[in-house]
Design a protein around this ligand. Structure first.
Ligand SMILES: [Zn+2]
Length: 186
């Protein structure tokens, strides 16, 4: 069993040689970046999967790996991955928007998305924004089960505080690892 973990955004995501921070939010002069927080969650998930003897392929390991968004699903395919999990934070003009949602592309990934959503609500305690089908998203054009997690809203004070906690990160990593392994073992 091999899982692709895709930390959203990063170097060359949208444009070659340009770092794409994803959603950003400034608080007391400090800029929070989606790409940085998503990578931290992805690395914690990698550890959780490896602790369960599951092989992991990362589309990027740091802020310098060149990873165009249009190539990520193909990278996972060439690496021989059985499933793909992409990790993002959400963003909206209105800072009151909050909650967790999971996006999926192909109908066959709906079960994975639903199980992830249930587990993430328990792990984060954040609001349920439900699962959504988004076949247009390039990263979800993967042959096996694939889901994109929107952990919460970076500009929402409640969501951000929760997501910056190491306890939440550990709980999310454990929950996602358990769900993905259970899905693949069917
Ligand atoms: Zn994103």
């Amino acid at each position: 069993m091999k899982i692709c973990i895709d930390p959203g955004h990063g170097m060359s995501n949208r444009q070659s040689g340009v770092f794409d921070p994803g959603a950003t939010h400034v608080e007391n002069g400090f800029q929070f970046q989606e790409a940085v927080i998503a990578l931290r969650y992805a690395l914690t998930l990698k550890d959780a999967l490896r602790a369960r003897q599951v092989e992991v392929f990362m589309t990027r390991d740091d802020a310098t790996d060149h990873t165009p968004v249009g190539k990520r699903a193909a990278m996972a395919r060439s690496a021989g991955c059985d499933a793909l999990v992409s990790i993002h934070l959400n963003d909206f003009d209105d800072d009151s928007a909050n909650g967790v949602e999971v996006l999926y592309g192909r109908a066959g990934s709906e079960g994975l998305a639903a199980s992830l959503q249930t587990a993430l609500l328990a792990a984060t305690g954040l609001r349920d924004r439900r699962i959504k089908q988004r076949p247009d998203l390039a990263v979800l054009k993967f042959d096996g089960p694939a889901a994109l997690i929107e952990l919460g809203f970076i500009a929402n004070d409640g969501d951000r505080a929760r997501l910056l906690s190491a306890d939440t990160r550990d709980a999310v990593a454990r929950a996602v690892a358990d769900v993905v392994i259970a899905q693949l073992r069917g």
